[in-house]
Write a protein that binds this ligand. Sequence first.
Ligand SMILES: *Cc1c(COP(=O)(O)O)cnc(C)c1O
Length: 312
Amino acid sequence: MSITHSIVLPYGRTAAVDQECQLAIYRGDLEHPSAPGNKWHKLQHHLQAARAQNVTTIGTFGGPFSNHLHAFGATLKDLPFKAVAVVRGELQPTLTPTLRDMADQGVELWPSQRKDFRLGELSDVANCITSRHQDIYWIPEGGGGLLGALGCRDWAEQIYAANPDYDAWVVASGTGTTAAGFLACSHVPALHVFSALKGEPEQKATILDVADTLSDACVSMSDLKGKLHFHGDCHEGGYAKHSQRLIDFMAEFARCNPTEVLDPVYTCKALRAVCQAIETGQWPYRRTLFIHTGGLQGWRGYPQSRNPFVGR
Ligand SMILES: *Cc1c(COP(=O)(O)O)cnc(C)c1O
């Protein structure tokens, strides 16, 4: 069964406009039942590196509702590694649903102080863990780095093979790792990247740098610059925040597309921005593919009343 679906544009677009501008969604969140979306792909080359280094333990970092941590727990559950995660912030008396799942999957959880957490592999807590498990492989927060991007380049090849006929792709970004991997795939057409973060002007340069490193030698930096369209102004108030117009959009989108469930942090903002560009005649493409990067478990960090897809 195909997991590429067509989207009904919200706010009563006329049929004529819809025909000129078709929007489809590739439901990356439906690929893997337990570790859906981009985070599974970002882990693959890290796991290979860990195997090559013959380590017994893999560690990583993330916030208490992190999609990366969740995918990490779900993926490592069936692999012969011990899994350790450093969680941002002090241990709370009750675990979040994300951390509860991880504990159930056998991941050892370590609390950290925010200041120390930011140091990643160089943090005191990571040093302490490393000294206990000599042979540990650390995956950066969010599953990033070159190896994370490489996994996303592989993912882009797979998506393209099943969806060759589009003239633009859209993806949401946090660290930009997924976008960099997509940009490095020569089959990907014009790539629009919508950042879920506020104030990340340097992210565009990072995406270009990583994509350049991973691209074939015949692809120049100016080719990449021509293909990348980076949007840093659709954060709707900041990371994981919801503006009223975003809340209204999600309700309308869910009414028109009740089964195309969006996540509350990334895909909802990118899709709102695309729909607005289409509506205002600022989207020059005929066939657009929106890549759903997963993250539905993140709704558990919001009151249920905020989720317009519940009960549809
Ligand atoms: C992490 C995440 C992103 C952002 O991916 P980056 O590679 O960090 O840019 C986008 N969408 C969802 C659902 C995510 O969980």
